[in-house]
Design a protein around this ligand. Structure first.
Ligand SMILES: [Zn+2]
Length: 68
């Protein structure tokens, strides 16, 4: 009797086997195939606010300081 391995070929891909497509411009982590991303002026980040904020790296000021 042979055991079919077909069921192991389905389902979510193993992250260890997923192909790295790019590096996140925000957190610097790897972006795998099939992931959603943000594209900003040709740069790519994970589709996470955290990564976007790290990429943009805005200065936090009061409105008075910002208008000087
Ligand atoms: Zn990221």
């Amino acid at each position: 009797m042979t055991v079919s391995l077909d069921r192991f070929a389905q389902g979510l891909p193993d992250p260890a086997d997923a192909k790295v497509m790019a590096e996140c411009a925000g957190c610097g982590g790897e972006i795998y195939e099939g992931e959603d991303v943000y594209v900003i002026n040709g740069d790519i980040t994970h589709s996470e606010w955290e990564c976007l904020v790290q990429y943009v790296d805005p200065e936090v000021k009061t409105i008075e300081e910002a208008l000087k």
